[in-house]
Ligand binder design. Structure first.
Ligand code: SF4
Length: 363
């Protein structure tokens, strides 16, 4: 019989915990559930829950947002993106177009969409007009994009792809020698697509306890209990605490589509730099749908160097779990969801926005 959240909490409180143990949760969805359910306050004081690199909007490189804005300002183009991306600011002087939302206000045809299918339908409905889909996201978002491409996208649909893989960011932290966490709770949705085995390296190479978790408080607490018990017993293994949804090998059809249409390449993460083999790129056979090739000329090297986080924004450190949102000097005064400075305050999966919306740091 499955345990309730209360029972998992009781079991966690009964563990012989050390004075301090840090659990990183990779996924922005996990952070939202943890914060909404008030799990930090319910756990023993020794446990620190650290939000990790699980917000695709937060890590989307500035040069890609800039490129999307420049395309959106072309009269003949419709640009579509997932809603969060519209408000992400780039570092340009006041008075210039600094976000897709501002590009729309300046006359660009910019539309929020909820799925790749919506982008395809829009392109089909307007065959005379190029539709550019700015597709930023992790494996769970990139897999449906890959499926759309594999099935045959309309000729007038172009992808400005900014897809990222989650595990290389965690690998980078672990390889740094100072990961800043003792246990890992791996993302459920990503594991649904890629399989829980994707996280085996955390245990096999680094001896760090790991568990895949779902999004309800009971499955999150089950994963916390698992990694804490592994930690106290010094017996790390990879636990799948979301077996109803996460199956060995992941989703073979989704993985096939990714393999068929995408190459894994080195990629830039905003404010963090290049992480080896952490990004998706359309295979050359699909070049006719690649917006970078069809709308070149906006790849600005200066942006790549200078276009990181806005001055004073600690988003990159927050994404890497090195700082909490409340450690940022701008949090809640100069930076709020209404007037965001950095992407972590824009996205529903950004730790700053999640914490601010839940009232953290406003006490
Ligand atoms: S509070 Fe705003 S400025 Fe500070 S790290 Fe978060 S997004 Fe960046």
């Amino acid at each position: 019989m499955a345990h309730t959240a209360r029972q998992w909490l009781d079991r966690i409180h009964a563990l012989p915990l050390p004075a301090r143990v840090r659990i990183m949760n990779v996924c922005g969805g996990h952070e939202r559930s943890i914060t909404a359910a008030g799990l930090r306050g319910a756990l023993p004081a020794a446990i620190e829950l650290i939000p990790g690199p699980g917000c695709p909007v937060c890590v989307c490189p500035e040069e890609d947002v800039y490129h999307a804005i420049q395309i959106a300002l072309r009269e003949e183009v419709t640009l579509v993106a997932f809603g969060d991306m519209l408000r992400v600011p780039v570092n340009l002087p006041a008075g210039e177009v600094r976000s897709l939302e501002q590009a729309r206000a300046a006359g660009g045809d910019v539309r929020p969409i909820a799925s790749p299918r919506e982008a395809a339908r829009l392109a089909e409905a307007h065959p005379e007009r190029p539709v550019v889909f700015f597709a930023a996201g992790f494996e769970t978002t990139t897999a449906p994009v890959a499926a759309m491409v594999a099935e045959g996208a309309p000729d007038n649909l172009f992808l400005l792809l900014s897809g990222r893989l989650t595990w290389p960011a965690v690998a980078m932290l672990l390889d740094s020698g100072e990961p800043g966490f003792d246990c890992l709770v791996a993302p459920g949705h990503v594991s649904t697509v890629m399989g829980p085995e994707e996280w085996a390296f955390v245990v096999d190479r680094h001896g760090i306890p790991a568990a895949v978790a779902g999004f309800e408080p009971d499955t999150l607490l089950a994963a916390f209990y698992s990694v804490l018990r592994q930690h106290t017993e010094a017996r790390p293994f990879l636990d799948n605490c979301y077996p109803k949804v996460v199956r060995p090998g992941g989703n073979p059809a989704a993985r096939r589509c990714l393999d068929e249409t995408m190459e894994v390449v080195d990629a830039t993460w905003r404010g963090i730099g290049t992480i080896p083999r952490s990004g998706y790129q359309l295979k050359s056979v699909y070049a006719s749908h690649d917006a970078r090739l069809q709308f070149p000329g906006y790849g600005d090297e200066a942006r790549r160097r200078a276009g990181q986080m806005p001055a004073g924004c600690d988003c990159a450190q927050v994404v890497l779990g090195k700082l909490y949102p409340t450690d940022c000097r701008l949090y809640g005064n100069l930076c709020t969801p209404r007037a965001p400075v950095g992407p972590c305050m824009v996205s529903d999966e950004g730790a700053c926005r999640i914490w601010w919306s839940a009232g953290r740091g406003r006490e």
